[in-house]
Design a protein around this ligand. Sequence first.
Ligand code: IPM
Ligand code: MN
Length: 356
Amino acid sequence: MTMNYDIAVVPGDGTGPEVVREGLKVLAAAADRFGFELNFHTYNLGGERYLETGELLTDTVLDELRGMRAIYLGAIGHPDVKPGILETGILLKMRFELDLYVNLRPIVLYPGVESPLADKGPDDIDFVVVRENTEGLYAGSGGFLRKGTPHEVAVQESINTRHGVERCLRFAFDYTRNRGRRKKLTLCGKTNVLTYAFDLWQRVFNEVATEYPDVETDYAHVDAICMWMVKNPEWFDVIVTDNMFGDIITDLGAMIQGGMGLAAGGNIHPGQVSMFEPIGGSAPKYTGQNIINPLAAISAGQMMLAELERHDAAAAVESAVKRVILNDVKSLAAGRMGHSTSEIGDLVVKYVMDPS
Ligand code: IPM
Ligand code: MN
């Protein structure tokens, strides 16, 4: 019997639809070669839709998404919509309502990609960030007092629950064990200043660690992590951290792996519907020109295949991406690839179908 997966596709705004189109081409090719089926269900969500209808992520759509095996998203963001509306109303709502409690961000320098870090190569930059994705400063706890007056108070609290911290740490320990590279997990926190939140993180980290004697553990403050990511990225295998620190260090990670052109992420709840996306955003200035780099979206598709446990297909997509980078592209930057967006997609498809 052929396995069949229902995939929600959210092309979104800006260059989202262009990169998603290439990602779908590659996913379809991988499914074809490895003998399974992907049924794509397209959802029109994003800034364009919001400006036309006032609708963000509705409960009806959310319910449909819950019934899918995975979600494949291009980009959400629109220059005519005030910052915060689409983020809160679509992306964060999806994370919170679907309880996508892990944000998984591989930071891998592929051969042929130039890192801004002189002297660092593919052997040095190969780690993964596990970011808690439903709590911390993102939980939306806080408010204003006396807003708009000279005595205004703005409070934004970091929410860290035992349950939320523990499930994220357990995911990170499992992931480190299964990744099987150096089996080293680094907790990134700020125990010297955030003495409540990261006290909890540190205690639960130490406790869960006793169940994983094969995983080496380490701790570093977030500011030091930023320094080591630049100076000694080879020290890291898996880093686990809270929502806000994870947001910041994963953008730093995207830069050391050669830029947003390759940065992909998964928003994951193991065993439930999870969402995969390139993290570069909607890049309005490149929209509609067929010059944006689709490799991050294609890599997000690869992460989705891994989550569907189609590891053979995921590996084939990864090799094809590596081959395009090594043989075909001049640069990963939009407009400077030496190929159009759709040509890059075609090349990846070709290498997926004919890996010789
Ligand atoms: C990310 C993004 C989001 C975040 C924004 C768009 C809300 O920066 O996925 O890292 O801050 O989490
Ligand atoms: Mn971010």
